[in-house]
Design a protein around this ligand. Structure first.
Ligand code: FAD
Length: 377
């Protein structure tokens, strides 16, 4: 058997970054990936209409972390992309997050300054000192009319729970703008990789010290591998411990059914993403990939997203019960030496891409030291 210094489970952001960093200091790295492709949930490919589409939902890169921005720029050129989202509400197309235009369109107001927007929110909100749940958090910020139109049913579709059943923090982090800013994110760097994410990952993983075995589930082959210095596991934490604490109390995830359709038209909708916060349809949003990077094709591909209980684990469900179960697994992980749990499934926490990059880089530098690592850049 070939010598392996570092064994990595999963070829998503976390696995790829650790592989790249260890390969750069001369370690022999083996990645086992159960899917038939690299790039984890960022995976994209050219579809039958010649359009670059993401298999697991649109991925918009945004960060304020200079170290992450520098890192990703070593492996791809990026083009600026300030993401915008439109919501279809009462047959009107309005910007999301809520801004001055959203309120004017929905309520026929003539707001034209931050002060007027603040006054509108003040007049409409339901002030609550300590919002106890997601519903109270939204009512406290925007009041009942916007809550009903934009937040209540969308949350139910997304989480299969009404805001009142979720932690206040889940809805509190959704921004509300007092100006006309219609960008979805406000980070300093907002961009997409020129050749797509899969190509970015190919470049990250191009060091000959890295070997990748696709369609290989670690748990089917684990006894074949031993003698490595370190193992990095980026899969679901409860699976690693054989669902030890999950027999009666499984960690919950939300998944998504992506339903793709070719439309024989130049464009299907006016924007890359249109959200449907109402009850008139079951899906949460429609993505039209052709808009990203202004791609050309005589047809267009649209994908409707239905959030569901069963399927690939995408979103950890943030409630006290799951946090309690996860805490038990966390204790198990801390007992292990030279086995590290990295990424969103192993930490049972939703991370944006930049956080996933940062966590993996930080872990590497913590384990191996900044100085030694930087000499091989
Ligand atoms: P993953 O990408 O999930 O990689 C883990 C890998 O491990 C997977 O490939 C999996 O197959 C593999 N694996 C698991 N178990 C095993 C096993 N037993 N054996 C072998 N392999 C295994 N972030 C943004 O910043 N912007 C966005 O717009 C954005 N959109 C998103 C949309 C959706 C629908 C989702 C779900 C996430 C989105 N994200 C976005 C978050 C982004 O996808 C994550 O930050 C990123 O994928 C985390 O990387 P990771 O390495 O932790 O996990």
């Amino acid at each position: 058997m070939k010598q392996i210094d570092i064994l990595i489970i999963g070829a998503g952001i976390s696995g790829a970054v650790l592989a790249e960093r260890y390969a750069a200091i001369g370690k022999k790295v083996l990645i086992l990936e159960k899917r038939n492709h690299i790039a984890g949930n960022c995976y994209d490919y050219i579809d039958e209409n010649g359009i670059l589409v993401s298999k697991y939902g649109a991925h918009l890169f945004h960060t304020n972390e200079e170290s992450v921005w520098d890192y990703v720029n070593k492996f791809s050129e990026w083009y600026p992309w300030e993401h915008k989202v439109i919501a279809k509400v009462d047959d009107k197309m309005v910007p999301i997050p809520v801004n001055i235009t959203t309120v004017n369109e929905l309520f026929g107001t003539q707001i034209s300054s931050e002060q007027e927007m603040q006054k509108w929110l003040e007049d409409n909100r339901t002030p609550l000192d300590n919002p106890a749940n997601g519903e109270e958090a939204v009512l406290n910020r925007v009041g009942p009319v916007l809550y009903e139109k934009m937040f209540k049913h969308y949350t139910k579709k997304q989480w299969d729970k009404y805001p009142a059943e979720l932690d206040a923090s889940v809805l509190d982090r959704i921004p509300v703008r007092h100006n006309y800013d219609d960008r979805y994110f406000s980070d300093v760097h907002q961009a997409l990789p020129k050749g797509g994410y899969t190509q970015l990952f190919e470049n990250i993983l191009s060091n000959p010290n890295i070997e990748i075995k696709l369609e290989t589930d670690y748990f089917d082959v684990e006894e074949q591998y031993s003698g490595y210095e370190k193992l990095f596991y980026t899969g679901p934490v409860d699976r690693f411990f054989d669902f030890k604490h999950s027999l009666t109390e499984k960690l919950e995830y939300r998944s998504i059914n992506f339903v793709s359709e070719t439309v024989d038209a130049e464009f299907f909708q006016e924007n890359s993403v249109v959200n449907y916060p109402g009850t008139e349809v079951d899906f949460t949003r429609i993505i039209e990939y052709k808009h990203f990077g202004n791609q050309k094709s005589s047809k267009t591909t649209v994908v409707r997203e239905f959030t569901v209980d069963e399927g690939e684990p995408y979103y950890p469900v943030p409630n006290p019960r799951n946090q309690e179960i996860y805490a038990k697994y966390k204790l198990e992980t801390e007992k292990l030496v030279d086995i590290h749990f990295v990424g969103r499934l192993a930490n049972y926490k939703y991370f944006n891409m930049d956080q996933a990059f940062k966590n993996a880089l930080d872990l590497f530098y913590t384990l191996e030291g900044q100085e030694k690592s930087q000499t091989v850049d």
